[in-house]
Each structure stands twice: as C-alpha cells, then as structure tokens.
Design a protein around this ligand. Structure first.
Ligand code: ATP
Length: 584
C-alpha cells in the first residue's frame, strides 16, 4: 500500500463521508512469517474467541477420550477374541465401538460448528470496529486500500485461522495429554517413550521454521515483486499498444512469468520438504513405540490387548501436533489479517478532537507557517510539499489559489479542511485553531468540489442531496439548474455510469451538491479544486458569477485566466501564473 493520497477517495471524504475522519495506516496486509499463534489483543477483545477456546478445549478433550474408547474397544475385543478363539468378545464391543465412532464424528462436527460461528462473530465484530475506527475523528491520513481490503475479503483469512488452526492448536495440547495418561495407565514404558519422542515434533518444527524463515521471507518478497511487475505490465498494455510497444513487452511478460514459476516451485519445495521432515519424525517415533512393545509382547511382558491399545493410540498422540504444522499457513494469513485489523482499530488518533462551536456565516480562513511532507519510508529524505506557507482567505471574498502543477495546491486545501495535519504551523477559522473546532461540524459547513468528484451509487439527485440531506426535490432540481447540469436527475450512477459522464459533467453535479450545501445546509465556506476545468468559456463565466453571488467565503484552485481575473485575492504557491503574467 503506498502512502499517496488517492484523489478520488480523498475527494469523496469531505463530500461523501459526512463529518468523518479516516483512520488508517501503512500496515500492509500480507502473509507474514512472523505472526504469533494468537494475538492477545484478539483474546482480550473478542468474547467469541474466549468462548471458542473454552469450547474447543472441552470438545478436544472429549474427542481424545473417544479415540481412547475406540482403541480400548478394538484392543480388548480383538485381543480377547484372539486368546479365547471366539467372536463373542468382538460382538460385545461392537455397540460400544459404534457409539465411540459416532461420538467422535459428532464431536468433530460440533468443533467445526463452534469454530465457524466464532469466525463469523469475530469477523463481524472486527468489521464493525474497523468501520468505527475509520469514521472516528482523529488520524487524518487515510489508508483506504487497507480498510477496503480488510473489510471486504481480507478478514476472511480468519476462517482458516479459526476453523482449522486454532482447534488444531487446542487439540495438540489436549490429545497428547489424554492419550498419554490413558497409555500410562495401561503401559508405563510406552507412555515414557511417547513422552520422550513427542517433543521431537515441535523441536523439528522450530528448527525447520528457523532454517526456512529467512528463505521463505526472501521468496515472499521476490514473489510479491514479480506479481506487482506482472500486474503493472498487464495494466499498462493498452498504453503500450497505443505506442506500438506491446510486442516488445511480451518477452518481458514471459520472463517475469517464468521467474514467478521458478520462485513458486522453490517455495513449494521448501514447504514439502519441511512437511516430510515432520512426517519422518512422527513415523520414526511411532516405530520406536511399536518395535519396543512388539518385542515385549513376544517376551510375554505385555498382553495382546494392551499392545493393540497402545499401537492404535500412539499415532493419535503425534497426529494433532503434525497437523498444527500443516495448518500453520492458514494461521499466518489469518493472524496477519487480525493484526492489521487490530492495529487499525487500536491506533491512537493523532489529531485532537476539539469541541468548539464552528462559526456560522462566511468565515475567514488563515494559515500560518504551514509545513507538510507526505509520509514515506524515510521521512527525513522527503522534501516538504509545503514549507512555511502563510495564507489568508478573507470572509465573503473569492480567493484564487494559483501555482504550478505539483506545487501543493490540493495539499493546502486538504490541510485547511483538516483532512491532513501539518507538520508545523496552524490553520485558524475566525481566529479559532482548527484543532479546537468540532471537525465533524466544520465539515458539514464546507461546500467542497474536488478535482475528481466522488459519486455514490444512486441517482444524480441522490448524489446532489448529499450536500443537504434535508433539502427537498425542488431545491435539488434548482441546484442542478443553477450548476448548468443538463442531465436527468433520476439517472442512476453506478461505477460504470460514472465512467460514462464527462469530467465537466461530473464537476457540475459536484458543484450542484456544493450549492445545495450553501443554500440549504448552512455552509459558509466553499472550497473548490479546479471547478471550471473542462467547461466552455460561457459556462465558466456563469459558474464564477454563481460562486460570487452566493456571498460565502470561496477558495478556488484554478489555472484559468477567467477565474484568476475574477478573484478578489490571489494566493500564490511556487511561481504562479497571475493575470499580469498571463497578459505579459
Ligand atoms: N499522498 C501523497 N503521497 C506522496 N506524495 C504526494 C501525495 N499527494 C501528492 N503528493 C505530491 O505532493 C506534491 C503536491 O501535490 P498536490 O496534489 O498538492 O499538487 P497540486 O499543486 O494540487 O498539483 P496539480 O495542479 O497538478 O493538481 C506533488 O509533488 C505530488 O506528487
């Protein structure tokens, strides 16, 4: 996830997310090799997780007991039948055996049910909390990508975590304990062998983990880079085709695909080899138990029933531990998703959330000594976008913000609306610091038109009505007329339909929305980023007149000579294009 602000989404912020702030982060949601088995924050927060752990412990213990019962029935039935040469013992254990199998099946179904319910409960709780954190006034730096991917499919990684890994982890503790005690009651020597060899599995797991962690981490990074490169190439194909360079890229695509294949196979090889090592350790351990007990049966030290009992149970003691290793990858993705979600929810808002009432009517906006740089991996090396900027936007006047492309005009607007927070300097509204104001209230009082205005799914009228939800249909229609929108207000705007509107049309719909907010939503401040871009000269003039006629404070970013000429004041960033320079 990059730290760049997404203009489309940032534009949506003030207009579409009423009075909201974005909480986000630069955490990347990617499979992690270092995720712990269970984030304690998850345990503290989710009652469902605690219930799951208790439930799985009970179910795991009962299920291990059912395995003991199965082994006991088979061991005693077959052993006695063998020594007495009758089938009667077999027949008498059959109902018990059937009951034990049934119990095992039911318990495994119950374990799945409990796990899936817990996963659903935890996911919906996290989704709710992420949404609340996202809308919470505080940290103004949005990270929409992380939030979107978490809320949509990212948290589904927790399914594998809850449905497979966590139950297995509980079983890996419960089963060896129950089985170990059962074996010890019947045959102490076998129990000692199991107790001595069982730790080999986690020891091997840790050793394999250590030796492969660095390797796997490197491969993840290489794979991620290759995947991005591949995606970028595919995304850039239309442009490459337009410039006749598509064929040349085909070789690049082939090579990157091949490198991807080689890396994937290498990762798979590591996974298979580590599984093999664990399998080998478990098989050898069972073999040791089997050989020792076999020799003792021949020597007459142990009965056939006991030896069968031990032989059936021994592999069951190692199995859950081996499966923990198998499900580790489910856990890694799930734990990474949970960690990202919890980091997002728990982050401390950097902005103070003020409570001072927002002044009504046309306001004066003043910035002093504003310095701002976008976050980057190495913040110190990044040049500030704005450095010690002073600016005053007088109440009731039309102020035009000018400056070369990239000089930080949009950034200054974001700082003035409190969507970004300056590294140093202050923004004041009628002499009240932005930090002291109730930001949600302030944003309701700003009529904002972004460079790429955001639209929500719904009719054009519904999109305009966002400006003042209490406005009636006639007021919406009047705003659309004033903004020269020549479109059917009932036209539905889904993502595809938005793409069919021209840039100028979208901007005029956004202008109608801002107008409605001024006329019926109590906004005393208009902030517009290139509102007349894409408009013909006549419509541009009408738009400027319209803005002036409203009598509110207006801050307009524009490169257009007509807007610059009509402005009461200019704020210049970098080397600006002023009317005099245009004339010259
Ligand atoms: N989210 C971001 N992360 C990092 N850098 C950014 C981000 N957004 C903008 N920038 C950089 O900050 C600088 C100022 O950007 P900004 O959009 O404020 O300029 P602008 O004056 O509005 O440009 P234009 O007139 O082309 O719209 C640019 O160099 C831009 O690349």
């Amino acid at each position: 996830m990059t730290g760049r602000k997404n203009p489309e989404l940032v534009d949506k912020g003030p207009e579409l997310v009423e009075g909201s702030e974005h909480a986000g982060g630069d955490q990347e949601h990617s499979p992690s090799t270092s995720s712990g088995p269970l984030d304690p924050r998850l345990l503290r927060r989710a009652a469902a997780v605690r219930r799951l752990l208790v439930g799985q412990t009970v179910i795991g213990t009962l299920s291990a007991l059912s395995v003991v019962a199965i082994a006991y029935c088979i061991g005693s039935g077959v052993g006695t039948a063998f020594t007495t040469h009758t089938v009667q013992p077999l027949l008498s254990v059959t109902p018990w055996l059937a009951g034990a199998f049934l119990a095992r099946g039911l318990l495994s179904w119950l374990a799945d049910l409990v796990a899936v319910r817990a996963a659903i409960a935890v996911k919906s709780q996290l989704r709710r909390e992420i949404t609340q954190a996202y809308l919470r006034p505080g940290d103004p730096q949005p990270d929409h990508g992380t939030v979107t991917s978490l809320i949509s499919t990212g948290l589904d990684d927790l399914d594998g975590y809850f449905a497979r890994y966590l139950p297995q982890l509980v079983l890996a503790v419960a089963a060896p304990l129950v089985i170990g005690i059962a074996v010890a009651v019947q045959d102490l020597i076998s129990a000692v062998i199991i107790a001595l060899t069982l730790p080999l599995i986690p020891i091997f797991m840790i050793l394999v983990g250590w030796s492969t962690q660095k390797l796997t981490g490197r491969r993840w990074r290489v794979q991620a880079r290759l995947a991005h490169h591949f995606a970028d190439l595919v995304a850039g194909l239309p442009t490459l085709r337009a410039f006749g360079r598509a064929r040349a890229q085909a070789e690049g695509l082939r090579r990157s695909g091949e490198a991807h294949r080689v890396e994937t196979m290498a990762t798979l090889r590591i996974a298979l080899l580590s599984a093999l090592v664990l399998e080998l350790a478990a098989t050898l351990s069972v073999a040791v138990v089997a050989v020792v007990i076999g020799i003792r049966v021949i020597a007459g030290d142990v009965s056939l029933s006991t030896s069968l009992f031990v032989l059936i149970l021994a592999p069951e003691a190692y199995l859950p531990l081996r499966k923990v290793g198998v499900h580790y990858h489910d856990a890694a993705a799930g734990a990474a998703a949970a960690r990202t979600a919890l980091d997002l929810i728990d982050r401390v808002p950097v902005a103070r959330v003020g409570t001072a009432a927002v002044p009504t009517g046309p306001v004066e906006l003043a910035a002093s000594g504003l310095t701002f740089r976008y976050p980057a991996a190495d913040r110190e090396t990044v040049r500030p976008v704005l450095s010690g900027v002073d600016a005053v936007v007088r109440a009731g006047d039309l102020t035009c913000l000018v400056g070369p492309s990239g000089s930080g005009k949009t950034t200054l607007l974001m700082l003035m609306m409190g969507w970004l927070r300056p590294d140093s300097g202050r923004v004041r509204i009628n002499d009240v610091d932005l930090d002291d104001l109730d930001l949600e209230e302030l944003r309701r009082r700003i009529a904002w038109v972004g460079q790429q205005p955001g639209m929500i799914p719904g009719t054009i009228a519904a999109n305009v009505q966002l400006g003042a939800p209490d406005a009636d249909a006639e007021q919406v229609a009047a705003a659309l007329r004033s903004a020269d929108v020549d479109l059917d207000p009932g036209r539905q705007l889904d993502a595809a339909e938005v793409g069919r509107l021209s840039g100028g049309e979208l901007r005029r719909v956004a202008l109608a929305r801002a107008l409605l907010r001024v006329r019926h939503g109590g906004a005393g401040l208009m902030i517009l980023d290139e509102p007349t871009a894409g408009l013909d000269a006549a419509t541009e003039l009408r738009t400027i007149e319209l803005i002036r006629s409203l009598g509110v404070t207006a801050l307009v970013v524009s490169h257009r000579p007509a807007v610059i000429a009509a402005a009461d004041h200019l704020i210049e960033l970098g080397t600006a294009v002023t009317p005099e320079r245009v004339a010259a």
